[in-house]
Design a protein around this ligand. Structure first.
Ligand SMILES: [Mg+2]
Ligand SMILES: [Zn+2]
Length: 173
């Protein structure tokens, strides 16, 4: 029989991260073009440290600019491809990026935060346990989405240091 400590060690924990204001600079407007996608200082180091500490890092983001016609899926893929490249160049990675492309004026969906569908989908896809996971975002709706998915939600200031936040929350040493 396996003991409880073994089970805890095997439990996969997700570190869910909001995108705008946490990974790249929140501009106070939609990030439409790749040139506007500015990765914040210390983010590759923060993701690297989280992975090293055993977290599966997953990005969960509202991208209603797609529904609004400000950019399309291909443009978003280019931004996320760039993020993957920068992380890879730093020897690290995020396991997944899930986004909601919907805008509330075009009808309701379940995936837009504060909805919890994307967190639940990510947890199912990656086999992570919500009870041992954490979500960090810069808006109250990030925390609400986390809570609805049974995940601890943490609010941080937009464009502040993710590295400091992860240390403060004891996500990383
Ligand atoms: Mg944000
Ligand atoms: Zn949606």
């Amino acid at each position: 029989m396996r003991c409880y400590a073994d089970m805890l060690r095997e439990m996969k924990r997700a570190l869910f991260l909001d995108r705008d204001g946490v990974i790249n600079r929140e501009r106070g407007a939609h990030t439409v073009r790749l040139e506007e996608f500015e990765i914040l200082p210390g983010v590759p180091e923060a993701v690297s440290a989280a992975n090293a500490a055993g977290w599966t890092v997953i990005v969960i983001t509202n991208q209603s600019g797609i529904d609004l016609g400000l950019y399309d899926h291909a443009a978003l893929d280019r931004m996320h491809g760039y993020l993957h490249d920068v992380l890879q160049a730093n020897g690290t990675h995020v396991a997944d990026i899930l986004y909601c492309p919907h805008h509330p004026t075009k009808g309701r969906c379940l995936c837009r935060k504060p909805g919890s569908l994307l967190l639940e989908r990510a947890a199912a896809r990656h086999g992570t346990d919500p009870a041992f996971s954490i979500m960090i975002g810069d808006k109250q709706r990030d925390v609400e989405a986390a809570m609805a998915a049974g995940v601890r939600g943490v609010l941080m200031d937009a464009n502040s240091s993710l590295l400091d936040q992860l240390r403060f929350e004891r996500v990383i040493p």
